[in-house]
Design a protein. Structure first.
Length: 201
């Protein structure tokens, strides 16, 4: 298995979650791990943010993870989308995980094999380790979906640029989640629109 596959973690104030996620990711023995920590919103979450950042810096020291810390809060959307932009500007592809996602032991192997299989498929934008479809309807280990799932996923730099420049720009036509066709992934489009407008969520 390729241990150079980049893994990107996003964190805010859930230091216990990040600690658990780091343990799982470290077991993969991946050499390229990034952690993007957002800053605190107010005095109320200051301590939890500092603890989360300390966990990230500890992983940097122990495992040589690369850590980017915000000293003020930029919001979930901007933290994630900045992280995607940054990592995919220096790597061909990457896996993305938020701090409340705990992947299974075979997650990285599944993503790695799927990346090899679909990297040159023009109609595949991303690979996800999760789906929300009814298992009584879809009972396959691997299947195509028009829906984007962001709970543990991989995409490629060239495909991310295409989706940003073309599909995501259509978000300016929508003001609410319910207006966006769900089969194209309403959360990703809405988040990108908020990112472009400078909104925090």
């Amino acid at each position: 298995m390729n241990t150079n596959i980049p893994i990107v973690l996003f964190a805010y104030k859930r230091y216990r979650n990040l600690t658990n996620l780091i343990k799982i990711v470290e077991a993969y023995k991946t050499k390229n791990v990034f952690i993007f920590c957002d800053g605190n919103k107010s005095h109320d979450d200051f301590e939890d943010c500092k603890k989360t950042q300390a966990v990230a810096l500890g992983a940097s020291s122990k495992y040589n993870f690369k850590v980017i810390i915000r000293h003020s809060n930029i919001g979930l959307n901007q933290n994630i989308l900045f992280g995607i932009d940054y990592v995919l500007s220096i790597h061909e592809y990457a896996i993305f995980l938020e701090d409340d996602i705990l992947p299974t032991n075979n997650f990285i192997d599944f993503i790695y094999k799927a990346e090899n299989k679909f990297r040159n498929s023009p109609n595949i934008f991303s690979i996800s380790g999760f789906h929300s479809y009814d298992p009584s309807i879809i009972d396959y280990e691997l299947f195509y979906s028009p829906r984007f799932f962001c709970w543990g996923w991989l995409t490629w730099s060239r495909k991310w640029k295409t989706i940003k420049d073309n599909v995501l720009n259509m978000a300016s036509s929508y003001d609410h989640y319910w207006q966006i066709p769900c089969d194209i992934g309403d959360d990703l489009i809405y988040a990108h629109r908020a990112y472009k407008l400078g909104r925090k969520s």
